[in-house]
Design a protein. Structure first.
Length: 305
């Protein structure tokens, strides 16, 4: 089960589709194996970049069952939904399938601190003893969650065991939360997102690792390992080698298409398909990604990675 001590790299998985939009289970199997080989300590499925909102309830359960049956590492499942009934149903099916916990983002429309606190207290109530991750991603949800609100939720909801930190900018939030836990507040795990764009700084501020996707997921593993070994300069060098691709993938509205192209060119998934509505890449964009990948490979080779 997921708990407050969770550390490392939880790779946010894409959801592979066949050209006709059907689920591509063969690619899903290969992707699970590849993520583990590339150093994932856990997997997070059905997140926002996993196109969860484009799947039916039956498809969501099918993906959960496929991944949990094949993954040797803990699996966290995104269960965010407009209402608690759908969230509860998917959460129960998820845990029955063998998941370690679930992830919940606040719905759009929560504007006050009291509303946000009440929402997550209700979430904890309906989920019962299921451990959950609070996903803090205001760029996507338009819900601003202050450190004091997070601390209130952590204090009043014992089953909230992790923060998926994706505020931007948000480094001061990590520092504030860690200062509070140093002062006696309950310490929960903090894993960070945003495609790894600020990973090294987040680790230096007290994050426990990464929970994000990227077309080259081994980046998180390499940077984290160098950081944990105390070689911050090597961590910086490795991060710098990947940074042009991280920057390119961070384009709003295009990131998942770019990520799927990178995964496909490595043979991890079979198709570039995004379910509609979704972006597609031009030949010019593909050429740019190819050029970045070639330069990235050279720089990593020079570093002995």
């Amino acid at each position: 089960m997921l708990d407050e001590t969770t550390k490392g790299v939880f790779t946010i998985t894409a959801t592979p589709f066949l050209p006709d939009g059907a689920l591509d289970f063969d690619s899903l199997d290969r992707m699970i194996e590849a993520y583990i080989e590339k150093g994932a300590n856990g997997l997070t499925i059905l997140g926002m970049m996993g196109e969860a909102g484009k799947l039916s309830a039956e498809e969501s359960v099918a993906v959960v069952e496929r991944v949990t049956a094949r993954s040797p590492v803990p699996v966290i499942v995104g269960v965010s939904a407009p209402g608690f009934a759908a969230m509860t149903e998917l959460s129960r099916a998820t845990m029955e399938a063998g998941a370690a916990g679930v992830m919940v983002a606040p719905p759009m429309g929560l504007k006050t601190d009291a509303q946000i606190i009440s929402y997550f207290q209700n979430t904890a109530d309906v989920l019962g003893d299921i451990p959950f991750v609070l996903q803090d991603f205001p760029l996507a949800t338009d819900v601003q969650i202050s450190p004091s609100v997070i601390l209130n939720i952590v204090e009043t909801c014992p089953t909230c065991v992790m923060l998926k930190h994706e505020d931007w900018p948000g480094l001061e939030k990590i520092s504030t939360l860690r200062t509070a836990s140093d002062g006696g507040a309950r310490r929960i795990s903090i894993l960070c997102g945003n495609g790894g764009m600020y990973l090294l700084e987040e680790l230096m501020r007290g994050a426990d690792g990464a929970m994000t996707g990227f077309g080259y997921p081994e980046m998180m593993r390499h940077v984290l390992d160098a950081f944990l070994s105390g070689d911050v300069e090597r961590a910086r060098d490795i991060f710098d080698a990947y940074m042009p691709m991280i920057r390119y993938e961070a384009q709003p509205g295009m990131g998942l298409a770019i990520r799927k192209y990178s995964l496909a060119r490595q043979g991890i998934i079979g198709h570039l398909t995004l379910r509609k509505p979704g972006a597609s890449l031009t030949k010019a964009a593909m050429s740019e990604i190819d050029a970045l990948a070639a330069r990235q490979a050279k720089r990593l080779s020079d570093l002995g990675v």
